[in-house]
Design a protein around this ligand. Structure first.
Ligand SMILES: Cc1cc2nc3c(=O)[nH]c(=O)nc-3n(C[C@H](O)[C@H](O)[C@H](O)COP(=O)(O)OP(=O)(O)OC[C@H]3O[C@@H](n4cnc5c(N)ncnc54)[C@H](O)[C@@H]3O)c2cc1C
Length: 408
């Protein structure tokens, strides 16, 4: 979208199935601006502002609801984490927040406040429908001249003697000439880069899940999303009820299909579209569900409607992998390893990639922590290392992030 809008370059987007059919299809749609670095917070703020405009100018309804969010502390250690998150937000200056010792009771009438020591409240956070957001971005890109082709698979690359990609081979027979190539293919990115370009992108597939409860009278999209770091759980309003997701820790159980694909001898098939895993092992989410029912007692009175358990792409150091891959393929960029934040950061990351290609500045910040060249190539090629580190990062998503611990 940004390249098409901000430059006179021709943009072609190639999608092997249909837009949204990857991990985007089953994402929960949480949008927060809280983050571990100023760069990531600015990316998320930028993304959120774009999503809001989709709804405001009525061109594309993306389900944006300005719920706000509450990061609650139930232990003294987590209270320290709340204060630290507030301190980080103060650096960005433009993101409003409140720190509450006592949460105003009318902010979330379903929440049992007796267990809560305090909270960070972000009034501008919200929720979206991820697939609608993806289509709205595609629509804006098309309006700016981008060509978006579905059911076209990238199957190889033609290289120059210096290593640059001269053209992209699609469906094994046609070639499209190119200046730059961006691989933003979710869980397929690392296999494409490895198999055809001998470039190692250290990511692994990690399964994540959330459960949707039956309707509860009085619940609407005005209730803030709750993040309870004590149980590593989020509780989001979801069409008259709540969805409860858990970043269980540590060593979460992997479905066999996920384990085998991380071995790298078993590629992710093209038709893994709209893919969900068969069922969620109860031990994976039991702790989160129990905590949610304690925090919101009404949840204990209704049944579970459905569980969503799908693949997500995590990087080896819990920071996205965004930018040029290096001298071996000088005109290749990647955008992947979003660590459960691809919806809330997606448009901002698109802007960062566009700035790198077009030499423009949309978000003025240092994004070197996302540089793909930060990894040692040998270690990036080690599938076991990638899987173990990705699982560790996943488990730390809602862990206590002590200062100087390298979880971005
Ligand atoms: C259960 C769950 C809940 C989540 N909830 C949230 C949330 O609340 N908020 C949030 O921010 N994030 C959330 N996420 C994470 C989010 O879903 C991902 O970060 C995001 O969808 C990644 O988007 P992507 O475009 O990188 O990958 P994908 O959506 O997987 O898209 C990659 C696309 O590339 C295409 N492709 C691959 N190979 C080729 C090829 N060779 N040729 C052509 N096309 C190709 C694929 O078909 C696919 O459509 C959640 C994830 C899970 C699993």
């Amino acid at each position: 979208m940004h390249i098409a809008e901000n430059s006179n370059k021709s943009v072609v987007v190639l999608e092997q199935n249909t837009l949204t059919s990857g991990s985007t299809w089953h994402a929960a749609g949480l949008i927060t601006t809280s983050g571990e670095s100023e760069g990531m917070m600015k990316i998320k703020e930028y993304t959120r502002n774009v999503y809001k405009t989709f709804n405001e100018d009525n061109t594309s309804l993306v389900g944006w609801a300005n719920t706000g969010s509450l990061m609650i502390a139930r232990t003294p250690e987590l209270w320290a984490q709340v204060l630290r998150a507030g301190f980080l937000l103060r650096q960005v200056k433009t993101i409003p927040y409140e720190i509450y010792h006592n949460i105003p009771p009318d902010l979330h009438p379903f929440l049992d406040m007796s267990q809560v020591l305090g909270a960070l409240y972000l009034p501008d956070d919200g929720i979206v429908n991820p697939a609608d957001v993806c289509l709205a971005v595609a629509r804006r890109a098309r309006e700016a001249g981008a060509l978006i082709l579905e059911h076209i698979e990238v199957t190889n690359f033609v290289r120059s003697s210096e290593g640059s990609i001269e053209s992209v081979v699609v469906d094994r027979e046609h070639e499209i000439e190119c200046g730059h190539v961006v691989l933003a293919c979710g869980q397929w990115t690392s296999q494409l880069a490895r198999k055809h370009l001998s470039v190692h992108i250290p990511t692994a597939i990690v399964p994540h899940q959330y459960a949707i409860f039956d309707k509860i009278s009085g619940v609407d999209n005005k209730l803030p999303v709750i993040r309870d770091y004590a149980s590593r759980t989020y509780i989001k309003p979801e069409v008259g009820s709540f969805a409860v997701g858990t970043f269980e820790a540590p060593h979460c159980e992997m479905p066999p299909i996920c384990k085998s694909r991380n071995d790298r001898d078993v590629p992710v098939p093209r038709d893994a579209a709209n893919e969900l895993y068969d069922n969620v092992p109860m031990e994976k989410q039991a702790g989160g569900l129990e905590a949610a029912m304690t925090l919101i007692p009404k949840l204990g009175e209704v049944g579970l409607k459905t569980c969503i358990h799908g693949p997500d792409t995590h990087s080896a150091d819990h920071c996205p992998i965004v930018g040029f891959v290096g001298d071996a393929v000088p005109n290749l960029l990647v955008g992947t390893g979003f660590n459960s934040q691809g919806i809330q950061a997606g448009v901002g990351i698109g802007a960062v990639l566009s700035d790198l290609i077009c030499d423009t500045v949309t978000i003025d910040e240092d994004f070197s922590s996302m540089d793909p060249r930060r990894f040692c190539p040998d270690i990036s090629a080690d599938a076991t290392w990638c899987t173990e580190r990705a699982l560790e990062g996943y488990a730390e998503t809602y862990g206590i992030h002590h200062p100087n611990v390298e979880v971005n």
